[in-house]
Design a protein around this ligand. Structure first.
Ligand code: FUB
Ligand code: ZN
Length: 650
């Protein structure tokens, strides 16, 4: 399948236009100021641990020092360079649809510094250049050198595409040549992969852009070599100890690194969630270009494990802070989970790649679920505050006093010492236009209902809709005859399709195939009811609980709107009595819901436990809003899953 260029997709949806404006006008300028340490912001460690970098970003300063333009030492995480690359990528994707000379000049300045920081042989990683030059490519279990290279490639591609300026692309290609020289199955080459995947998917993108097959082969090498020798990382550590280069002797967790066996033999989502999903995305990209049945089966097994056993209702993944990782099946705690914004983003990528191999409804369902919930929750309405961890339940007092929840922030910080998520949010939402349509020969696919205009080689297609708020999508088409594929959303009720100069050819499950000719006009109507969501009873954390969904949005309630939130119980039979109001709040337009709930009375006794307690309750209202908007009204308790009153016991 073929993606469309961002310049071919003009977003007209007010919901998404607001996001694009926010990213261009607020998030991108703000992030540059932070990366340059130009403004005083509260840069917090991502969890309670005084040894973690915090206080400032220093990311651009690291490049300046490596370039000899500034004096000083490297500061921050060893993958700090990637924050800058992701920032450039977000500028690139924005500039692909609208030019802005001032913004371009700012990015050019940063790119010039990066170019000067690169070593003559193409190597580029400020952490190792400044701190441990002798350990280049020798600490792959943690080094992130190739992870950073991957983000450099992605930034360079986006920027070259937007501006036609290839300075950063040349930097990236030189770095890739250096990598290709050092890594491979040849004698004296390193037969191992970076502990953090990312280069694999980036190399496939580089191949797509340049058509140079050596990049695809290198991506295949990194997927193939991972886990081939499960002792690779231990041998690397032993060699550094023996050569006196490092006294670092860590415990290597091969599951965390997804290196316990080769990816093609992996069947489960294990270990660090972002790594897992960047790897899976790379695998799927390779499969789509050079089909490999074993690798594809691994993608499908990993997918199945995630969406049927390890994914939160928000699309978040990663149930534990320990290793920022997947855990066993159905283990989905709501208040200690991780659900890193980057992991949600990576799930979107993986779903999108799998859809391109086999266009099934389930991939679009997950794309939509994670986009409107687990990803959008990553940034505040002002575009300048970011969650790294996206909880489904927050008890503010508990987060302050329970160090086991030290990673669960009760408000989005200005910035984070480990700042992978904020620029990831900007580049992903900034390129939302990429996910709406696909093309394959004479077939067109609408994946997401987002008001927009798509200009193809021989056609123009327009989507007119106020979705996600409205239940009507109007599609107009002018151009040559084509087949169009649409999808009934998994939460929709009573979909009706009407056509003029077009014809529904087939409805298979929720996939709809339509024949289009010039002047086609298609209207979709579907109900967007308030739904009670239950989870598989294997999910212990959600037993006897109900969550609320309307359209693509999962809803939550906050204590700021609902005093004594923890006393609220919902009756799923009454959710159809919810009162929905589309309103404009300080933090944006949203449809808020007011549902009947039972508020149980507080205990009159001071005791912690009682015998034969008879609960009493009063009818009350529960005010809910889309989950992604929580945390924009100050520090407050928040809840997605509510204890349910079940009345029809036989
Ligand atoms: O290691 C690089 C990024 O930082 C990971 O993807 C995130 O989980 C965070 O650890
Ligand atoms: Zn992140």
């Amino acid at each position: 399948m073929k993606e469309f260029d961002l310049k071919d997709v003009t977003i007209t949806s007010p919901f998404w236009q607001d996001y694009l404006r926010l990213i261009k006008e607020k998030t991108i300028p703000y992030q540059l100021q932070v990366l340059k340490d130009e403004i005083a912001v509260d840069v917090q460690a991502e969890r309670k641990d005084d040894s973690l970098p915090a206080g400032k970003s220093h990311a651009i300063e690291n490049f300046k020092i490596a370039a000899g333009l500034s004096a000083g030492e490297h500061f921050g995480w060893f993958f700090q360079d990637s924050d800058v690359y992701k920032w450039i990528e977000s500028v690139g994707v924005i500039l692909q649809s609208q030019s802005d000379a001032k913004l371009e000049a700012k990015a050019d300045e940063v790119i010039a510094i990066i170019e000067q920081a690169q070593e003559d042989d193409g190597y580029l990683d400020t952490y190792f250049q400044l701190k441990f030059p002798k350990l280049k490519y020798r600490q792959l279990y943690f080094s992130h050198e190739l992870y950073c290279a991957g983000h450099l490639i992605e930034a360079a591609l986006a920027y070259d595409k937007a501006t036609g300026k290839d300075k950063l692309l040349q930097v990236a290609k030189r770095f890739v040549s250096n990598i290709a020289e050092h890594f491979g199955y040849g004698d004296n080459q390193i037969q191992g992969a970076d502990g953090h995947q990312e280069i694999e998917l980036a190399l496939v993108k580089l191949y797509d852009y340049t058509k140079d097959e050596s990049y695809l082969r290198l991506a295949q090498f990194f997927i193939d070599v991972r886990g081939k020798n499960p002792d690779f990382y231990r041998e690397e550590v032993a060699a550094n100890l023996a050569d006196g280069l490092s006294d670092d002797n860590p415990m290597i967790d091969l599951e965390y690194l997804q290196a316990y066996t080769q990816p093609k033999h992996q069947k489960h989502a294990v270990g660090h969630a972002v790594r897992m999903l960047y790897m899976a995305t790379g695998m799927a990209k390779i499969v789509a270009r050079d089909f490999d049945a074993e690798l594809y089966q691994a993608c499908l097994d990993i997918w199945d494990d995630i969406v049927h056993r390890k994914m939160y209702v928000t699309g978040g993944v990663g149930s534990t802070v320990h290793g920022e990782a997947f855990v066993g099946p159905y283990d989905l705690p709501n208040d200690t989970m991780y659900c890193e914004t980057c992991a949600s983003i990576a799930l979107l990528y993986f779903a999108y790649e799998l859809f391109q191999i086999s266009p099934k409804a389930e991939y679009i369902d997950v794309m939509e679920r994670v986009l409107y919930n687990g990803i959008l929750s990553g940034a505040s309405a002002d575009g300048k505050h970011f969650f790294y961890v996206n909880p489904l339940e927050v008890d503010v007092d508990s987060c302050h006093h329970n160090s086991g929840k030290g990673h669960v922030k009760t408000q989005r910080p200005d910035w984070l010492g480990c700042a992978c998520c904020p620029p990831n949010f900007a580049r992903t939402i900034g390129s939302i236009g990429r996910y709406i349509y696909l093309e394959s020969g004479n077939e067109l696919f609408i994946n997401l209902y987002i008001a927009s205009q798509l200009k193809g080689k021989d056609f123009v297609l327009k989507q007119k809709t106020d979705f996600p708020f409205e239940n009507k999508v109007e599609i107009t088409y002018s151009g040559v005859q084509k087949t169009l594929y649409l999808q009934e959303p998994y939460w929709a009720k009573d979909l009706v399709v009407t056509c003029e100069n077009a014809k529904v050819l087939q409805r298979e499950g929720r996939r709809i195939k339509v024949y289009l000719e010039d002047g086609a006009h298609i209207v979709l109507h579907f109900g967007q009811p308030v739904l009670a969501v239950h989870s598989n009873p294997e999910v212990r954390a959600d037993i006897g609980k109900v969550a609320i969904q309307k359209g693509p949005f999962i809803y939550c309630a906050q204590a700021v709107d609902n005093p004594n939130l923890k006393y609220c119980r919902l009756d799923s039979k009454l959710v159809n009595q919810a009162h929905a109001v589309k309103e404009t709040k300080d933090f944006g337009v949203c449809t808020s819901l007011t549902l009947p709930c039972q508020k149980v009375d507080a205990w009159q006794e001071k005791t912690l436990y009682q015998f034969d307690y008879e609960e009493t309750s009063r009818l009350s209202d529960l005010v809910m809003m889309p989950y992604y908007l929580w945390g924009n009204q100050g520090e407050t308790d928040m809840q997605v899953w509510f204890p349910e009153i079940r009345r029809n016991v036989p």
